[in-house]
Write a protein that binds this ligand. Structure first.
Ligand code: DCT
Ligand code: MG
Length: 385
């Protein structure tokens, strides 16, 4: 009864051949001499990745490199190390020798050199050098504040600021509302949120949504839907089958939370949904639905928690598809659709591009979306890429 068109696909001319999927074979020699062949796809959406990461020693190092490249706005190597980390996270075995990685996708020369160092010395000197770098440390510190992105962090760094007290006492620095809340609740919101806390927040928001309409539907999404024990925030989708009513859900929920005295911060963005916009080709395309970024006070061992709510129209999705993540999983779904299937995956349903023959494939469930893309269904708990 529900039509999920949140993952709009647009197929090109029917005559165009569909690119052949690139698959890589690896010899899995772990743990005994008994060898069996496993194929590992270069796309995260064709791999099953649980929360159990057997190669954390490598992926932690890669993440430092990714952050550092991002701070320097170097996108190629940043993506390369993100992809490499994601491939290693999907392995059910720990890499103990580079010999076992020959046929794994996405591991380039630089990646392998870092892995070699870690295998040999237990650490990477390149990573250690970055960790000791003042600019890296400062940008890492500043971007850990809610509302402070790499641009702002860089600006502060260039002004010679190196610590929170520098920022907070500098008369020339004007903090916006989000940053003020970020500093005010820094201790609390930089502490991980537990599953039990996520559940407690779910009850509060569910109650607020149901007070508006008994038909409201609330679904947990983001990392907690993927089975993570902890998160940096709690993500929810909230909607209702009454057409158009979803527009008013978030403002009323926010108002109610305020009345209850538990709203510490709210940044509401109304829907910017525009049917004339072509689907986005961007990796990072966010959807255009009404959403809000909140800080709520959770009772019982008082603490502040970051909460994101998104409210798409019912027809688009009561299903938590695009917001489930992981980020790399979503990126690779789009990349595979575009490069291997000649389709565009997007949350906005219209393209005016004349060269393309428009054909929208409706999906009722998340499973339909995978099926349209010719993919095996990957459970949310297997999407921790
Ligand atoms: N998302 C995305 N692209 C981004 C950011 C987010 O596709 N650049 C999607 C995927 C996950 C979802 O939004 C929620 O984002 P986060 O809360 O940042 O991620 P998370 O996986 O829930 O991780 P955490 O546990 O740290 O909150
Ligand atoms: Mg999250």
């Amino acid at each position: 009864h529900v039509v999920d068109i949140s993952w709009f696909t647009e197929s090109m001319r029917a005559s165009r051949p569909v690119a052949v999927e690139t698959r890589h074979r690896i010899q899995d020699t772990f743990p005994t001499a008994a060898t069996h062949v496993v194929t590992v796809s270069q796309y995260a959406c064709q791999r099953r990745t649980t929360t159990e990461n057997k190669n954390k020693i490598f992926t932690d190092a890669f993440e430092v490199l990714v952050d550092n490249y991002d701070f320097n706005e170097v996108t190629g190597p940043s993506l390369a190390f993100s992809r490499a980390a994601s491939v290693l996270k999907s392995l059910p075995w720990t890499v103990q020798s580079l010999d076992t990685t020959h046929n794994l996708p996405c591991l380039g020369e630089h990646t392998k050199a870092v892995m070699e160092e870690i295998l040999r010395y237990g650490r990477s000197f390149e990573v250690e050098k970055i960790l000791a770098d003042e600019r890296y440390q400062t940008l890492k510190l500043f971007t850990s504040v809610f509302g402070v992105g790499p641009k702002t962090a860089e600006k502060w760094y260039r002004r010679g600021l190196r610590s929170f007290s520098h920022v907070l006492t500098d008369p020339s620095i004007h903090l916006n509302r989000m940053q003020r809340s970020g500093f005010l609740h820094y201790g609390d919101i930089s502490r991980a949120v537990s599953k039990a806390e996520a559940r407690a927040l779910g009850n509060i928001i569910d109650e607020a949504a149901h007070a508006i309409t008994p038909d409201a539907v609330l679904a947990l999404t983001g990392g907690f839907r993927r089975g993570k024990e902890f998160g940096h925030d709690v993500d929810f989708i909230v909607t209702t089958p009454e057409l158009g009513k979803e527009e008013s859900l978030l403002p009323i929920i926010i108002d109610r939370l305020k009345q209850q005295g538990i709203l510490l911060f709210s940044d509401y963005h109304p829907s910017t949904f525009d049917a004339t916009r072509p689907p986005s080709r961007s990796f990072e395309a966010m959807d255009h639905f009404a959403k809000c970024f909140l800080i709520l006070r959770l009772d019982g061992g008082w603490r502040a928690v970051r909460v994101d709510l998104v409210s798409p129209p019912w027809i688009v999705s009561p299903l938590p598809s695009g917001w489930t993540g992981s980020r790399q999983f979503e990126r690779d779904l789009r990349r595979l659709a575009r490069l291997e299937r000649r389709m565009l995956l997007d949350t906005t349903p219209c393209s005016t591009k004349p060269r393309y023959r428009k054909e929208f494939l409706a999906a009722v469930t998340e499973k339909d979306i995978f099926a349209h893309l010719g993919l095996e269904y990957i459970e949310p708990w297997q999407r921790n890429a």
